[in-house]
Design a protein around this ligand. Structure first.
Ligand SMILES: Nc1nc2c(c(=O)[nH]1)N[C@H]1C(S)=C(S)[C@@H](COP(=O)(O)OP(=O)(O)OC[C@H]3O[C@@H](n4cnc5c(N)ncnc54)[C@H](O)[C@@H]3O)O[C@H]1N2
Ligand code: MOO
Length: 445
């Protein structure tokens, strides 16, 4: 552990300087969700690909229904059906003067027709009053023939969705850099793209350490607690966009920890450990990381604190989250962030340091949580340690423009953390914050 105290920003800069976006790969659409596109995608097929009906109804010629009303309907001969998926009328036939084709939503406008009359504006071929729906073809095949009475006129192209009215062949569908959400995935599918070139989701291995840790569902014996960090941080990694792997707690034994980390390197783009980074006699993360992979960690000593090809353990001017480790390990120089074990410390550290690293690996432009300013909603002044940036848990009220602390500053308070939706940032030079003080707030949702 070096003597220099790092600021929050220096530590974050050090991490982000070492993390590069992952190499792009071709992914099938379902796997590409949430990923950043690295190619401009052009439209190969116009949307819609052909003029088609936006209503279930009758494809007609405009002059045939001019002046039509319920009292004086236009009577047309039905010459067949055009269902979605059919390429016009059977035998390539056209709609001739005095004729209509029954047409379904999405079906191509048959040759000769100029507009569509919704079925509700006709008698539906029944000879009765206005129809509310078409009869199913299987029940009444005769609906595709006979006569239809049209009760209203239509203008040319009425209820017709023109070919290319959405996008045209050769248009830019999505620009490189776009984050693929549901609508973008839908567009890619609509233009017929089965896969796209994107930066993949980073694989994050979360590994908690501590001989006191039992897994939820197990019986607690004396001195044990449940491992919550590995669950919280795996969830946080997923939430950040990563593929997350949780490794159940490793005992405080440098050999088994080293072996576990070496095993995990193969599936990690980034490794996150919790616990074992302070100054106790069983804080084995430091010990274990001194000889993982081909690049041994180096104790950098005072002064220049760069992780010269290993994991550097350092103290940060922040609370919670003071002891931290960062470096790269293994043959691929995989980034490793060693977070403190206290549950709130590890979560806050994840939000501040791991999440931006994950999002940098993904190639996202916006790697940070949104920040706002809000007035402190407290009865008494809050105290904050001098020289440290404090991150209190809070609830943000956007309407009132206020933030209310939940729980105290203790880094073991997981129940309060679960009530919070924000972190309240009290800067290094602030030792007391009066009620109403405007504070920076990091929104967690
Ligand atoms: N003499 C000093 N003691 C401590 C210092 C210090 O400067 N001098 N720093 C304190 C601070 S601040 C922190 S933060 C912790 C960090 O300690 P470690 O990273 O070594 O973590 P552990 O000692 O392993 O655990 C701390 C605490 O958290 C609990 N824990 C650990 N892992 C989990 C988990 N997966 N799920 C739930 N809870 C976990 C653990 O039982 C301990 O209670 O050091 C302080 N001490
Ligand atoms: O820095 Mo520790 O993270 O205060 O609890």
């Amino acid at each position: 552990m070096s003597g220099t105290i790092w600021s929050v920003d220096e530590h974050l800069d050090d991490i982000l300087a070492a993390v590069r976006p992952l190499e792009p790969i071709e992914l099938q659409l379902p796997e590409a969700q949430g990923c950043v596109l690295v190619e401009d995608v052009m439209v190969a097929v116009s949307l819609p690909p052909f003029d088609n009906s936006s209503m279930d109804g009758y494809a007609v010629r405009v002059s045939d229904v001019e002046g039509a009303s319920e009292e004086f309907p236009a009577v047309l001969t039905v010459v067949g059906d055009v269902a979605a998926g059919a390429d016009g009328l059977a035998d390539g036939r056209s709609v001739a003067p005095g004729e209509a084709a029954r047409i379904m939503t999405g079906a191509p406008l048959p040759a000769g027709a100029e507009a569509v009359v919704p079925v509700e504006w006709t008698d539906g071929g029944t000879g009765g009053g206005p129809a509310t729906a078409m009869r199913a073809h299987s029940d009444a095949p005769e609906g595709a023939s006979g006569e239809v009475r049209v009760h209203r006129p239509v203008k040319a192209r009425a209820h017709v969705r023109a070919k290319g009215s959405d996008v045209r062949t050769g248009d830019l569908a999505l620009r490189a850099g776009t984050v693929l959400g549901p609508a973008q995935i839908g567009l890619l599918a609509a233009i017929g793209r089965p896969s796209v070139k994107v930066r993949p989701r980073p694989r994050v291995v979360v590994l908690s350490t501590g001989s006191e840790l039992a897994q939820p569902g197990e019986e607690l014996s004396g001195g044990q607690i449940y491992d919550s960090n590995s669950f919280a941080l795996t969830a946080a990694a997923r939430d950040a966009g990563a593929i997350a792997y949780r490794v159940p707690a490793v005992a405080d034994d440098a050999e088994s920890l080293r072996a576990t980390i070496e095993d995990q390197l193969i599936r990690a783009d980034i490794l996150v450990t919790t616990g074992g980074v302070s100054v106790g006699a069983y804080d084995v993360v430091k010990e274990a990381l001194s000889s993982v992979g081909e690049r041994p960690a180096q104790e950098t000593g005072d002064g220049d604190d760069g992780p010269a090809g290993g994991v550097d353990f350092r103290r940060l001017a922040m609370q919670p989250g003071k002891p931290q480790g960062f470096g790269t390990i293994g043959p691929d120089h995989t980034p490793l962030l060693a977070l403190p074990g206290n549950p709130v410390s590890s979560y806050v550290s994840f939000e501040l340091f791991v999440r931006p690293a994950i999002r940098t690996l993904m190639g996202l432009e916006d790697v940070h949580r949104p920040r706002v300013r809000a007035a402190l909603d407290v009865q008494e002044p809050l105290s904050s340690p001098s020289g440290k940036r404090q991150f209190l848990r809070g609830r943000y009220d956007a309407e009132a423009g206020t933030v209310t602390p939940v729980g105290g500053p203790g880094s073991h308070l997981v129940a309060a953390l679960a009530q919070a939706d924000a972190l309240i940032v009290l800067p290094e030079d602030m030792t007391s914050a009066a009620p109403g003080t405007p504070a920076e707030v990091i929104l967690l949702r």
